[in-house]
Design a protein around this ligand. Structure first.
Ligand code: ADP
Length: 433
């Protein structure tokens, strides 16, 4: 290709005797460079065209997917609706004409208070994305819940010029949630009614029962023939058993309703343990069993806690140990570790040489009404509430009741609870004697 114009221009700047051939070569080189640049440029254009087409396709696929799966509303900076997708129209029941040009807030339900919308508004106007659950109303006034995300699009200066709102219908999930809340509430109410009933009934039964036992005692003191005395003793024994059961039910219902509050008082720990032993020792002796107590030296004499409930725990465990031990006996060991200052960790163990508990029964042994030896249940009696009460009381004292057992060899129940030692200055000495 001859670029005459270019050649002429170049010649003007060169001496007249400059070889023409060199000028031709130079012009040819410039020409070639132009052609190759043109080719590169067209190639670049083609590449850009392809990749922007691909990007556009990707973008519209994405938009299609979003539009199918969610409701979309686009508003301008003033909250005026500029676009709604098909899903939003379907869910809200409005047609496009009733929405476009109106403010989105005109369609708010009255479920949320003004503060909720004010906070939302503040958030998105500051350019932040808002996420949350919104209760909306259809045109017919029906409630529907959406999981909503509002995305502000910002100018270079950082001011929102458009808001894109994505909503997912979560009405079904909300309904389930609501039903669960209601079910939980009615279950709690039922539990409350049950525990009120149990505690009232136990109370009502306890009063006449005490009268029966008292009167039986009076009759027993009078001189009677052997048969009547035997009968009266049987009444007394059954009455006492019934009272234990009633007390268990009362305690259990109180614990279940969270109505047991532990005392925090100074008490003579050694005296209290000895008292529990004295209460139980005659039962052990009746069966020819030993009942030994070993309080180790590191256990403080005075501790702070609930002496009545602590005794109850030990009496329950010792009672069971005696009940399920035909020969040998029961060993109670109490030890303590000083943690810091007055804080101690006190460990209790009640070990027997009894019939043991089968391994497969150990797991549920602390659940209410659970008895590991159903076949011998009649022989041993009981309600299956003792261990449930005991383990609840131990948990209230921030401990955990544990059990180890070997069938035919014996069982050990143990727990460790934090207790504060004291100087014993507030202990009522008369109680110790
Ligand atoms: P119960 O009123 O039946 O004694 P508990 O809750 O106190 O109720 O005990 C539940 C069951 O655990 C008992 O029925 C018994 O099968 C088993 N059990 C409890 N303590 C012992 C023990 N020391 N030795 C063997 N079995 C025990």
């Amino acid at each position: 290709m001859q670029h005459r114009l270019l050649k002429r221009q170049i010649k003007r700047f060169l001496p007249a005797d400059f070889p023409l051939e060199s000028i031709d070569n130079f012009v040819q080189a410039v020409n070639d460079a132009y052609i190759s640049y043109d080719a590169d440029y067209r190639q670049l254009e083609r590449t850009l065209e392809v990749s922007s087409k691909e990007s556009f396709k990707e973008l519209s696929d994405f938009r299609y997917a979003m539009s199918i799966s969610s409701m979309i509303v686009i508003t301008n900076a003033n909250g005026v609706i500029k676009y709604v997708n098909e899903n939003y129209l379907k869910a809200s029941g409005y047609c496009e004409g009733e929405l476009l040009g109106h403010k989105l807030k005109d369609f708010n339900s009255s479920y949320h208070d003004q503060r909720f919308y004010d906070d939302l508004q503040k958030e998105i106007l500051s350019g932040k994305i808002w996420k949350g659950e919104i209760c909306d109303l259809t045109k017919e006034g029906e409630v529907y819940w959406t999981d909503t995300t509002i995305i502000p699009l910002l100018t270079n200066g950082g001011a929102p010029y458009k808001f894109i709102t994505y909503k997912f219908d979560i009405t079904a999930m909300k309904d389930t949630e609501q039903r669960l809340v209601e079910a939980k509430k009615s279950a709690e109410e039922a539990l409350q009614i049950k525990s009120d009933f149990l505690s009232n009934m136990s109370h009502e039964i306890r009063t006449p029962m005490n009268a029966i036992l008292g009167l039986t005692d009076i009759l027993l003191q009078q001189k009677r023939d052997e048969q009547s005395t035997d009968n009266l003793n049987a009444i007394k024994h059954s009455g006492e058993n019934l009272l234990v059961i009633i007390n268990d039910i009362l305690d259990f219902s109180k614990l279940e309703a969270g109505k047991v509050n532990l005392e925090q008082i100074d008490f003579n720990f050694h005296y209290q343990i000895d008292h529990a032993r004295k209460v139980m020792v005659y039962k052990a002796e009746e069966k020819g069993l030993y009942l030994n107590v070993n309080i180790q030296d590191d256990v403080p004499k005075y501790l702070i806690g609930d002496p009545y409930r602590l005794s109850q725990i030990l009496v329950n465990l010792i009672g069971n140990a005696i009940k399920f031990t035909p020969r040998g006996g029961v060993q109670i060991t109490i030890s303590a570790k000083r943690l810091d200052n007055d804080n101690h960790s006190v460990r209790f163990e009640v070990r027997d040489t009894g019939i043991g508990i089968p391994e497969d029964k150990l797991e549920g042994i602390f659940e209410s009404f659970n008895q590991a030896h159903s076949s011998v249940e009649r022989t041993y009696g009981g309600t299956g509430l003792g261990l449930a009460i005991t383990s609840e009381l131990v948990s209230l004292m921030k401990g955990k009741l544990e059990v180890e057992s070997c069938v035919g060899e014996g069982t050990s129940f143990s727990f460790e609870i934090p207790m504060l030692s004291s100087m014993g200055v507030f202990v009522n000495e008369s109680e110790e004697n």
